[in-house]
Design a protein around this ligand. Sequence first.
Ligand SMILES: [Zn+2]
Length: 220
Amino acid sequence: MTLVVLLGAPGAGKGTQAAFLRQELDIPHVATGDLFRAAIRDGTPLGLEARRYMDAGQLVPDDVTIRMLEERLGRPDAAVGAILDGFPRTVVQARALDEFLAGRDRRVEAALLIDVPADELVERLSGRWICRAAGHPYHIVMNPPRSPGICDIDGSPLIQRDDDRPATIRARLRSQLADLDAVVDHYRRTGALRTVDGRQSIAEVSAGLLAAVRAGAESA
Ligand SMILES: [Zn+2]
């Protein structure tokens, strides 16, 4: 049983590392964003409830998210564990998760933080460009197009969404990082926090995360 929470700001590389950990640990990757999309697509009662809030432009309340997560963690493939991604986002959610797990004699064994300084996050996130025709994604450093400013696939010009401009990113990160810091503090208090330097190479971050999970499992 390995229950891991993956923490990191947008741009910290959580998606890549979640895929690595899922394969390495052979446990499901449970991303709350995917859960919502699936529940809405399948028209489940929780999906319909979530959709009402989203259609109204509101955040989905914690209790809906938590019930969705409970349902997911109750499925057979999650009996051996799971990698939670995108949850908890706030201390309230972190406490609710602890409570839910405690009721099942489980707990978060490791909260893995991929730590990247804010300035570097802005640099990474503002490198995103998409093509005008189909929204094919590029990144000026990580995934540049073959010819500058042109989509490899359809030849249309690359544009930057307002959301991807440095000033917008900096403003959005401020509130996201405040929430993340509070969640990090929560897991520091519970003793589950393991921090890995996210400025290292992808392979080094992967190795660090894996070592942290295994150390967590031993002390559990
Ligand atoms: Zn394109």
